[in-house]
Ligand binder design. Structure first.
Ligand code: PLP
Length: 400
């Protein structure tokens, strides 16, 4: 009989979205005519830009012609044309990342989860709380010790390091899911200095960088001095260009990122990650990479921007309604997420029930993202504009 990895049995049951679905279904059964507005899911709703779809079709056509057909991609790390396009995109916001430091993948979730393979199980892992659940789950699957840095109302949901605590692996996400908060350059510099002092690595998730509107908020950890010696960045086209159903992202590992093995050898992180990927990943399909490259073309940036601006307009509608109600929140400005403090001292799930029953609006209880999420609630700006306006009018009626 095989021995199971029993760490899986000790994982927290991820019931959040199942519990939400159960409650919504029960409500629908009891109130079949209710017009429910969903502002809970973190998925995009607008279609992919035309020039991007055209590029994918062209790529697909090439696969049907002998002269241009592609089989396995040699490296599995992405075609040069896409890595160069990503490198050019970084340059557009002033960050120098070389094509050979970029690896193309099937979305940020895979690499966020798989990166644990190249680090030993005795590492101390520091994760901000609340957090995107993948960071905690994938470390606990390997039985790692996870410690938390509290993101809370006092620090604007932007946890900072505690110098008296040591960590080896640090997960940061900015703009943050679920809180919508962002780190300034000064705050990120403190994290980078902490990582360098502790000889730690930062896994930096920038999946929502395209939503940043403020000039002084870095779009990449590599805008920070010293980060090339301590950080890995993971980004995705899911939210930038509506690729949640297409699957494409990229991970950047600087060539300078080197740690010592137990026998004192210098080991390039990029090399061992490449070795891991070489054995376990065969690359992203050619048509999808063609589409991804089109996202970074002049026309692609213009067209995908229109969708982001649409979602940002929704975020403004949500923020304006909460301002009117005097409800505290973070996010919305540089993020598609608005993280609000449940009014009248309600718990996350109590607020969920009240919102569903009285406004017929569905959101996500903050308690599902970690202990500091209790009493907070996530609304997303990924919905339809008119429905978002309608939802906020209803919320104003219930809580006004
Ligand atoms: N990182 C964060 C913070 C996310 O919220 C998500 C998706 O919601 C991802 C990564 C995963 O994105 P992808 O679709 O590229 O796997």
């Amino acid at each position: 009989m095989p021995q199971l990895n029993e760490n899986f049995l000790r994982l927290e049951k991820n019931y959040l979205f199942i519990d939400i679905a159960k409650k919504v279904n029960a409500f629908k059964a009891a109130n079949p005519d209710a017009d429910i507005i969903r502002m809970g899911i973190g998925d995009v709703t607008l279609p992919i830009a035309k020039c991007v779809v055209d590029a994918m079709k062209k790529g697909a056509d090439e696969m049907g012609v002998k002269e241009t057909f592609k089989g396995y991609e040699d490296s599995g790390a992405g075609y040069d044309f896409l890595k160069e396009a990503v490198s050019g995109y970084y340059k557009s916001f002033g960050v120098d990342v070389k094509p050979d430091e970029i690896r193309i993948n099937d979305g940020a979730k895979s690499d966020c989860g798989n990166i644990v393979d190249i680090f030993g199980d005795d590492n101390i892992v520091l994760i901000t709380d609340p957090a995107y659940p993948v960071y905690v789950d994938t470390n606990r699957m390997n039985g790692r010790k996870v410690i938390f840095a509290d993101s809370n109302e006092e620090n604007g949901f932007a946890a900072m390091p505690d110098d008296s605590v040591h960590a080896d692996i640090i997960y940061l996400c900015s703009p943050n899911n679920p809180t919508g908060s962002v780190y300034t350059a000064e705050q990120l510099k403190i994290w980078v200095d902490y990582a360098l002092k502790n000889n730690a690595v930062i896994i930096y998730d920038s999946a929502y960088e395209a939503f940043i509107t403020e000039e002084n908020i870095p779009r990449s950890i590599f805008a920070i001095e010293g980060a090339r010696k301590c950080a890995i960045e993971m980004c995705s086209l899911s939210k930038t260009a509506g690729f949640t159903g297409m699957r494409c992202g990229y991970t950047v590992i600087p060539n300078e990122l080197v740690f010592k093995s137990s026998d004192g050898q210098d080991v390039s992180v990029s090399q061992i990650w490449g070795r891991r990927q070489g054995s376990k990943f065969n690359g992203v399909s050619y048509p999808v990479q063609c589409a991804a490259a089109a996202v970074f073309s002049e026309e692609g940036i213009k067209q995908t921007r229109e969708n982001i601006v649409y979602y940002q307009r929704n975020a403004k509608v949500i923020s304006a309604a909460l301002d009117e109600l005097g409800i505290k929140y973070t996010g919305g400005k540089n993020s598609p997420y608005i993280w609000l403090k449940c009014p009248n001292g309600l718990g996350s799930w109590e607020f969920f029930d009240k919102l569903l029953n009285e406004a017929n609006v569905v959101g996500t209880p903050g308690a599902g993202f970690g202990k500091n999420g209790e009493g907070w609630f996530r609304l997303t700006a990924f919905g339809d504009y008119d429905r978002t306006k309608e939802a906020m009018e209803r919320i104003k009626k219930v809580f006004g």
